[in-house]
Design a protein around this ligand. Structure first.
Ligand SMILES: NC(=O)c1ccc[n+]([C@@H]2O[C@H](COP(=O)([O-])OP(=O)(O)OC[C@H]3O[C@@H](n4cnc5c(N)ncnc54)[C@H](OP(=O)(O)O)[C@@H]3O)[C@@H](O)[C@H]2O)c1
Length: 282
């Protein structure tokens, strides 16, 4: 790792200074964006009510927006929630959550129009199958999120939340501690919007770099499934534990540590919410 890259990591860590709860209290806004949640399954029916509680107006995108099940979800969600077909939900929202399986993804994305300037939060698990050794193996290349960005190049796709189970979306304390939400996007604004929402929900957003890092996030999703594949009655949630080491041991100048990497992505470096307490003195 080069000096500059380390400094970039340090700079983004340094911005995390207060608790997630504190951020959520500070950030209540009178005019929050309209969020479309495409899919009304496990993920959709967890995110919708939680986001509505935070003041976002929710529009569910569903194959059957008139069904009793979806009507009950709309009622439970409250705060002016509604349901419509996915294409209409997406067109009427500022931010879109993709809470759908991979199979209908292309058809649903292409029905949305160009979505210019809108933030699309992809929490899906892309095409995956069981390999010969019995574990999941990704079949989408390079990553699901990059494929989606290619279908809607004018939108701002961010990969996030896929590494988190719905039990933890419903109750972030269910994991017994702060849960990390790595966020990858080629659009700084999309990362900052996603990070703000993650912090409001009680999570620890982490700037995971450009959208190509979605390959690693999607690989984490594969890892998440390992205990289930093994039949263990257990699971895990991801948390990158904060360390003060890099705060207190800065590299200086342009010392080249690993030969060849140069400073990168500064224009895309998101300002992250202050989800941690003040750093301990060195
Ligand atoms: N559940 C988790 O804990 C978890 C964790 C991480 C990531 N994910 C990912 O998040 C995405 C959503 O997961 P989920 O657990 O919410 O899935 P789910 O319970 O199966 O719900 C998916 C929803 O997508 C909609 N949908 C649209 N077209 C569909 C189609 N052709 N076939 C099936 N459903 C269709 C359905 O809503 P309508 O019937 O209203 O159209 C359905 O309820 C997936 O990509 C999943 O891999 C899930």
């Amino acid at each position: 790792m080069t000096t500059n890259r380390i400094l970039v990591i340090i700079a983004s860590s340094a911005l995390l200074c207060f608790s997630a709860k504190g951020f959520s209290e500070e950030s209540s806004q009178p005019n929050k964006e309209v969020i479309a949640i495409l899919g009304t399954g496990d993920m959709g029916d967890s995110f919708g009510p939680q986001l509505a509680k935070l003041g976002y107006k929710i529009i569910y995108g569903s194959r059957n927006p008139e069904s009793e099940r979806v009507a009950a979800l709309v009622e439970k969600t409250g705060n002016g929630a509604s349901a419509m077909t996915s294409d209409m939900a997406g067109r009427n929202a500022d931010i879109v959550f993709l809470a759908i399986p991979w199979e209908p993804m292309e058809q649903i994305i292409k029905s949305l129009g160009d979505m210019e300037g809108k933030t699309i939060i992809d929490l899906s698990w892309p095409a995956s199958k069981l390999a010969d050794d019995g574990y999941y193996q990704m079949t989408t290349k390079p990553s699901g999120a990059e494929v989606i960005q290619g279908w809607i190049p004018k939108a701002m796709v961010a990969k996030a939340f896929g590494t988190t189970g719905t039990n933890v979306i419903d109750d972030p304390n269910d994991a017994g501690g702060l849960v990390t939400i790595p966020i990858a996007s080629d659009h700084r604004e999309a990362k900052e919007i996603t990070a703000r929402i993650a912090a409001e929900l009680g999570f620890d957003p982490v700037d995971a770099g450009p959208l190509r890092m979605a390959r690693n996030i999607e690989a984490m999703m594969e890892l998440y499934m390992v205990p289930h594949i093994q039949g263990r009655n257990t699971g895990w949630e991801f948390y990158f534990r904060r360390t003060n080491y890099w705060m207190c041991n800065r590299y200086s100048g342009s010392e080249d540590v690993d030969g060849g990497l140069s400073e990168a992505d500064l224009a895309n470096l998101a300002e992250m919410p202050k989800t941690h307490g003040a750093p301990e003195p060195c």
